[in-house]
Design a protein around this ligand. Sequence first.
Ligand code: ADE
Length: 243
Amino acid sequence: MRIDIISCVPKLLDSPFSHSILQRANDKALSEVHVHDLREYKVNKHGHIDDYAYGHGAGMVLMADPIFNCIEDLKKERDYQEVIYMTPDGEVFDQQIANHLSISCENIIILCGHYKGIDQRVRDEVITREISIGDFVLSGGELAAAVVADAIIRLIPGVLGDETSALTDSFQDGLLAPPVYTRPREWKGQEVPDILLSGHESKIDEWRLEQSMERTKERRPDLWEKYLDAHPEVKTKPKKKKK
Ligand code: ADE
């Protein structure tokens, strides 16, 4: 998969893709992330990429032409399945959207907004999807773009060491992940639950599911309601946490 990120502050994206899992994905040629500086597409005689908003009140707005020209240049090289604009008024990103993008896209453009946003006309002309990472406003779309790219890339087969681990993440089955433990077996008087030391795989899976259900019910009643709707067979309350 190739992800092209367009930004007017490209340096903000130097670090997220140069470490750990995302760097390994790049080294293994499973993903490529290219960051493009929108300022290279400045158009007017002052070399600006933004201008005052029509009407009163609003601040600076990124102009249509630099964005359009940058996207057109990329599209000359390859086909893109999605041109995503990061914006707080987009659809709220979740695991389902990450799964969909990871499975169905080979090439994606992600455009980061800044200031008061981008000219609505270029939004209407070239953007195929608008994504928010939550109901809060960041100073630009860069960190949001890094979040989306990370969530998509880690799902590409081969990126994570353990092929199954992406499937057991929180949210993949609509539930939060269960608690996990490692050595030592006893820490500050707290023991690892006996079941995890039993070697009994099906019982351990059952325990994990119960813990996931309990945690989801307590922490995310909104997700729990959806889970119950999708799993009418789950009628009984999950058992209380046991050690
Ligand atoms: N740009 C600014 N805030 C954002 C948000 N919450 N999600 C995506 N892009 C953004």
